[in-house]
Design a protein around this ligand. Structure first.
Ligand code: NDP
Length: 419
């Protein structure tokens, strides 16, 4: 019996909240709080009568620590699930710390304004020292380790699919299949089609920033950076078929490099169709992906935010998207002195997700593990004081809940590998 405060009410939150309501034994009470309260009220109305979970709603600007503290103090949750944007990670962590409440999120911190000189100075130092130029990294949140430990509370970072399930797959492979893992390839394939010439499957600003950035991978103890989309491979995904995929920088590489002893290489690939890439390049070339304000007719606008206004809301793609996703990890390493390779993956069908919770599979595959992470924290199955990534806990209860809550997984021995 627990009480959860969910912050954010977009695509991922919608699924996470549906799933919490399916698990009302754990989440007897839930408060949905976001910037736009009408969205929270609409979701509450949709779910009431279908669940035993008691739902309330609230308005909050999660950029403001004081507002968050006031909300947490008045609602008294057992944990806070952050499914707003990565921009709000630090303010929400600050509020959890002030109120001594556990914290869960699905994406690591990145700043909204990448031109902010204070942030930029730290970022540029990190680029030089660490060797990768992505705007997001874990250093900001890992810096809370001592404070969370002293307060006796948990921060669970990255409890989505990737990061999240891919990290749990890694912990599971390490626990049950290998003495040592040498190579990890994380493959994220979306074989879905929404019928629009161009749309993103989750928040456009976050998605386009990630995809248009330089790629990078971890090899022999250091980062190797590539040009955007420089490394391309083809893979024949079970239940989806052959797709082109491209190497990207991705946040779980950073934590897995730290948490998988002896790992030699970690790469992340995501599939994209040619039309998506051509549209993105064109938008980038004309400056529409810029996060820096420009003057338009005497008014300041941020190009990528204006683009977000023009693009379809990812939360509305559900009814139109057909096809499947296949996301998982290929591990190569040694067990009892013998080399072996396994592929652990989940296949998710966009239309099945829509039938169940009214969302496409990208929000679904993120929202389900967000609920699972929150449930394991609220039930104290995962219980350590400090700041942790999901692979630092026992993977077994998480893997069981994936099967029970709509994301069944497969372990394939001797799969095709990526060169
Ligand atoms: P959406 O844009 O659909 O939703 C974001 C929500 O956060 C909206 O409800 C928005 O409010 C709210 N919000 C934004 N700013 C504030 C604020 N200052 N105060 C309060 N609420 C705010 O995003 P998604 O649902 O697609 O993504 C949610 C998170 O999930 C992101 O962090 C994303 O990076 C992460 N993600 C993680 C994945 C993984 O596998 N690990 C995969 C996909 C996404 P409003 O309605 O007013 O705009």
């Amino acid at each position: 019996m627990g009480r959860l405060l969910v912050i954010g009410c977009g695509g991922v939150a919608g699924v996470a909240i549906h799933k919490c309501c399916q698990n009302s034994k754990t989440f007897s009470e839930l408060c949905i709080a976001s910037r736009t309260k009408e969205k929270c009220d609409a979701l509450k109305q949709k779910l009431e009568g279908t669940t035993k979970t008691r739902i309330t709603t609230a308005q909050v600007d999660a950029d403001k620590v004081e507002e968050l503290i006031a909300l947490i103090k008045s609602y008294q949750p057992d944990a806070v699930l952050n499914v707003a944007l990565p921009y709000q990670d630090l303010t929400i962590m600050d509020a959890c710390l002030a109120c001594k409440v556990d914290y869960i999120d699905t994406a690591n911190y990145e700043p909204e304004d990448t031109e902010d000189p204070k942030w930029r100075a730290i970022y540029e130092k990190r680029c030089k020292e660490a060797g990768f130029t992505a705007y997001f990294d874990y250093s900001w949140q890992w810096a809370y380790q001592d404070r969370f430990k002293e307060a006796g509370i948990t921060a669970l970072l990255g409890s989505g699919f990737d990061p999240g399930v891919t990290s749990v797959f890694t912990a599971y492979a390490q626990k049950h299949y290998f003495d040592e893992i040498s190579y990890i390839d994380i493959l994220d394939c979306n074989g879905g089609d929404h019928g629009y010439p161009f749309a993103t499957n989750f928040n456009p600003e976050i998605n386009l920033r990630e995809v248009s950035a330089k790629g990078s991978y971890w090899e022999n103890g250091r980062w190797v950076e590539t040009e955007p989309m420089e490394i391309k491979r083809e893979y024949d995904f079970p239940q989806v078929g052959k797709k082109d995929m491209y190497l990207l920088h991705h946040e779980e590489i950073e934590s897995l490099a730290k948490n998988v002893p002896g790992v030699k290489r970690i790469r992340f690939f995501m599939t994209f169709g040619q039309s998506y890439l051509t549209h993105m390049k064109c938008l980038e070339n004309v400056g529409m992906l810029s996060t820096s304000p420009v003057l338009h007719d005497g008014k300041e606008i941020v190009p990528i935010q204006f683009l977000k206004t023009l693009l379809p809301d990812p939360a509305t793609l559900g009814p139109r998207t057909v096809g499947k996703t296949n996301i998982g990890c290929i591990f190569t390493g040694k067990k009892d002195g013998k080399e072996k390779t396994i592929f652990i993956y989940n296949v998710c069908d966009h239309q099945e997700c829509y039938k169940e919770v009214g969302s496409q599979a990208i929000s679904y595959t993120t929202g389900v593990p967000a609920m699972i992470g929150a449930a394991l924290i609220v039930n104290k199955v995962w219980d350590k004081a400090g700041v942790f990534n999901v692979e630092e806990f026992d993977p077994d209860p998480f893997m069981e809940m994936l099967n029970a809550y709509g994301l069944p997984w497969v372990v394939e021995e001797n799969p095709a590998t990526v060169d």
